[in-house]
Design a protein around this ligand. Structure first.
Ligand code: SF4
Length: 90
């Protein structure tokens, strides 16, 4: 529950500028730490939010930071490119 509390408290901070990609509806962030009651299964295997238009900032901005993304990176459509690698290769 601590990560969820931290995610809620920090949800008013801006999204890190290095974030790229888009949500693919995998639903992983809606199961941290337990499946959200508003999460709805879709026929194509993805998920939808029953309160999408009024979802709270911690859902709206997820993943707001690389640290948050690390918890869902296997399936999440967003990514946070490692800037150190980009600098070394440029
Ligand atoms: S984990 Fe990423 S891709 Fe999956 S529902 Fe959350 S924001 Fe969307």
């Amino acid at each position: 529950m601590i990560p969820k509390l931290k995610r809620t408290i920090t949800s008013l901070l801006p999204v890190e500028k290095s974030r790229t990609g888009e949500c693919n509806g995998c639903g992983d962030c809606c199961k941290l730490p337990f499946r959200c009651g508003f999460l709805k299964d879709k026929e194509d295997g993805t998920y939808a939010c029953a309160i999408y238009s009024i979802r709270p900032p911690n859902c709206r901005k997820f993943p707001r930071s690389r640290a948050q993304w690390e918890t869902v990176k296997e399936n999440c459509g967003y990514s946070f490119p490692d800037i150190r690698i980009q600098v070394e290769n440029s």
